[in-house]
Ligand binder design. Structure first.
Ligand code: HSE
Length: 298
């Protein structure tokens, strides 16, 4: 009657793929407990880690749970416990982890009436509460794992993209908060044709590189000419961190989701750990608290 789940952190955009590409981290995330109870409705009974609303309608996990619950004809309800490790506003999919966790857990307790794409549809409602717009580039990898591409929202279409065996991510999470809604507000409404060409060329080649395990092509494709120039200004020591990642051997580096986290992709765990050491050196002198994660991409 109850299930404990791990709901993973995710990196959205992956440089060139704004609002469509994302990948899942294998060792950073929230824990949640979902319980079937006699009383009808959705009730959040426990939140640990961060100060978040208990009213289901105001809570990301609650909103996605309600979106699913409202489609069901059942005479019982669910309780949700949230043990949050991912700081809200961190750029590694905090709201997506909450939104995905509740509906995934409920679906398991119900005997899996919904597939993962349908569950993601419900989770979009929760994500929209946090970021004020409907996007699924964190939700999709949290739900499916690995690398994903959101082909479209209406109708929702999610593609699972393979990735090379030895691909690792190193992520630094400075302990400052940037709200997704704020970092979307700094973006231009229109882009030039030459920037658009560069961007879709990189998305296409990154997908090809992931399919063919071509690390050099991954390196050549991890660029963002549209979003990074605007958002990087919001992130302290961005250029320094990015350069230290590249100098330590990362294939590429960019803003994780809407920031302030910065991710890099690396070939092999040894390089990923070397990159972690290099950014630690940069950030140690800044006075800003930070976490660093090294994660294999499965
Ligand atoms: N694609 C989204 C953005 C991810 O960059 O705004 C953050 O939730």
């Amino acid at each position: 009657n109850e299930i404990k789940i791990f709901s993973p952190a995710t990196v959205a955009n992956v440089a060139c793929g704004f609002d469509v590409l994302g990948f899942c981290l294998d060792n950073v995330g929230d824990d949640m407990v979902i319980r079937k109870v006699d009383k009808k409705g959705i009730k959040i009974t426990h939140i640990e880690g961060f100060d978040l609303p208990y009213e289901a309608e105001q809570n990301v996990a609650g909103v996605s749970a309600l979106a699913m619950y409202d489609t069901l004809d059942i005479d019982f309800g669910f309780e949700i416990e949230i043990y949050k490790n991912i700081k809200p506003g961190s750029g590694i999919g905090s709201s997506a982890a909450s939104a995905v966790g509740s509906v995934f857990g409920m679906n398991e307790l119900l005997g899996r009436p919904f597939n993962k794409t349908q569950l993601t549809e419900f989770a979009i409602k929760g994500e929209a509460l946090a970021s004020k717009c409907e996007h699924a580039d964190n939700l999709a990898p949290a739900m499916f794992g690995g690398f994903t591409l959101v082909k479209g929202i209406k109708p929702l279409q999610i593609l699972e993209i393979p990735s090379p065996d030895d691909l690792f991510a190193t992520i630094i999470h400075p302990q400052i908060e940037i709200k997704t809604s704020e970092s979307r507000a700094v973006l231009p409404k229109e882009v030039s044709l030459s920037d658009a060409i560069a961007q879709w060329s990189n998305v296409g080649s990154l997908i090809h590189a992931l399919h063919t395990s071509d690390y050099n092509l991954i390196k050549d494709s991890l660029h963002d000419v549209i979003i990074e120039p605007h958002r990087s200004k919001l992130i302290p020591h961005y250029e320094e961190v990015k350069n230290s990642m590249l100098n330590a051997g990362a294939l590429g580096a960019c803003i994780s989701g809407s920031g302030p986290s910065i991710f890099s992709l690396c070939k092999g765990e040894e390089t990923a750990k070397k990159v972690a050491g290099a950014i630690k050196n940069v950030y140690n002198s800044t006075g800003i608290d930070f976490d660093i994660h090294v994660s294999k991409i499965n």
